[in-house]
Design a protein around this ligand. Structure first.
Ligand SMILES: Nc1ncnc2c1ncn2[C@@H]1O[C@H](COP(=O)(O)OP(=O)(O)OP(=O)(O)O)[C@@H](O)[C@H]1O
Ligand SMILES: [Mg+2]
Length: 432
């Protein structure tokens, strides 16, 4: 086992450096091998137990592959963890100095987390714990009030909180209700939860078929939240690590650590509910492991598959406090509003003719039709986007959507999933 190889190697090093001196072996914090921590903690730093940090040396350890893992945090790429072997040195006032032999390593290719061990004199555990804490503080971001979004997983391009509230076009009072819910929670709800001795954590779900504007709505809510001085934590499963519970955990840590109200956005929540993690995610939703941020945390989750989150989801208040169904275009009035928005200055009254064909389609369809029509016109050197261009564009997109759904329906029996981003209509579908 890798653990034993690390410990055997470390105890050999210990025997060479401190022959005959007793030691204990402990699981250690992976942050001590992070070079950021090592750079930030200066020689001479005071630690508990009348101790001072006196620097470190890198050790050559044949059983460790010194891998570094980089990730993105906000707009910057930074070192998340690095594996390695070190001796950390400490001095004690009026006493002998001591050393800690430390090794961290990935155990196998599938495990993302580092595991670390340390060997040290038993009476120096307190100083070592203080050093580990200092390393962790140096590495983990502290959330400060800032006009920004804290992104976990994915990259910046997955989420851009610059969407204007007015650009999201939805029927009736839907937008208003959603906004009211958020404001009422932060304004009065947080205090009420606290009086009831509950962690102020409210959970809203946006459910709808692909392309209806859920991501857009999240971005617009994020912009409003930032304007109100709240922190936005955004979790994305769209990177090489996928939708892992570890990301949710990091998000919850960030929510708890923030000293400000937080809007937590979890896109495609259903993707986190694969068998291994389902119970843990549901524990978070059920309140067993909810984050406790006294300023309040509002979770805004999205899904195409609400029934994956819980078959009885709509009958079980508490797990999710409210579900907002974000619909496809409901009627001609809604369709016209959307089409005018995307045709912008190219709008002509004759465009009204296609409006009835847009009913039942998601907003993404209208945007694509409008963009395509404008492109066709430009390609034909026409200064105006006539109805012909728009009609051609709508027709071809409708054909594409229909043939895609036919194709996918036919492929289904041989195992292609039905998560059809190009126009799947059903909210009910198997888990991805
Ligand atoms: N209600 C809407 N109002 C205005 N534009 C919309 C709306 N819905 C969709 N769009 C347009 O379509 C694009 C795609 O929508 P969006 O990514 O928000 O859909 P989604 O519901 O998140 O889809 P998915 O379920 O596939 O993630 C948006 O960037 C926007 O340009
Ligand atoms: Mg989306």
């Amino acid at each position: 086992m890798q653990y034993e190889r690390l410990v055997n190697w470390a105890s050999e090093v210990w025997r060479q450096r401190w022959p005959g001196r007793p030691y204990v072996t402990v699981w250690a914090s992976a942050e001590c091998s992070n070079r950021l921590a090592q750079q930030q903690i200066k020689i001479g730093r005071k630690l508990r137990g009348k101790a001072h940090y006196q620097g470190h040396e890198t050790l050559d350890c044949p059983v460790i592959v010194p891998i570094s893992d980089y990730g993105s945090r906000g707009r910057t790429t930074m070192l998340m963890v690095s594996a390695g072997a070190y001796v950390f040195k400490f001095s004690i006032e009026n006493d002998d100095p001591f050393e800690v032999i430390y090794a961290s390593s990935y155990f196998d290719d599938d495990v993302q987390d580092l595991t670390a061990i340390a060997l040290l004199p038993e009476d120096r555990l307190e100083t070592w714990a203080a050093f580990e804490y200092a390393c962790a503080r140096a590495v983990r971001p502290r959330i400060r009030r800032r006009r920004d979004v804290y992104i976990i997983g994915g990259t910046d391009s997955f989420f851009d909180p610059t969407v204007d509230w007015d650009d999201v076009i939805l029927p009736g009072d839907l937008k208003h209700e959603l906004l009211e819910d958020m404001e009422a929670f932060f304004d009065k709800g947080v205090e009420i939860y606290r009086q009831l001795k509950l962690a102020p954590f409210r959970k809203l779900l946006l459910a709808g078929v692909p392309g209806t504007g859920k991501t857009m709505l999240c971005a617009a809510m994020a912009k409003l939240a930032i304007d109100q001085g709240r922190i936005v934590v955004y979790v994305s499963g769209s990177d090489r690590d996928g939708a892992s519970f570890e990301k949710i955990q990091r998000a919850l840590q960030a929510v708890t650590a923030a000293r400000y109200p937080v809007l937590l956005i979890v896109e495609e929540l259903d993707a986190y509910l694969h068998e291994d993690d389902k119970a843990r995610v549901l524990n978070v939703l059920d309140g067993v492991e909810s984050p406790n941020n006294p300023q309040g945390a509002l979770m805004l989750a999205t899904t195409n598959y609400p029934e994956v989150i819980d078959e009885r989801i709509s009958k079980r208040p508490g797990r999710l406090d409210r579900i907002f169904v974000i619909p496809t275009i409901q009627d001609e009035q809604h369709a016209e509003q959307m089409l005018r928005h995307y045709m912008a200055e190219q709008w002509r009254d004759e465009h009204i003719a296609v409006v009835n064909e847009l009913v039942g389609q998601p907003g993404a369809f209208v945007r694509e039709s409008a963009l395509h029509a404008r492109m066709l016109a430009a390609h034909a050197h026409s200064t105006e986007v006539t109805l012909d261009f728009l009609q051609t564009s709508v027709d071809s997109l409708l054909r594409q959507v229909r043939s895609n759904s036919d194709f996918l329906a036919r492929r289904q029996p041989i195992g292609l999933n039905t998560h059809n981003k190009n126009g799947g209509k059903s909210l009910i579908g198997p888990r991805r």
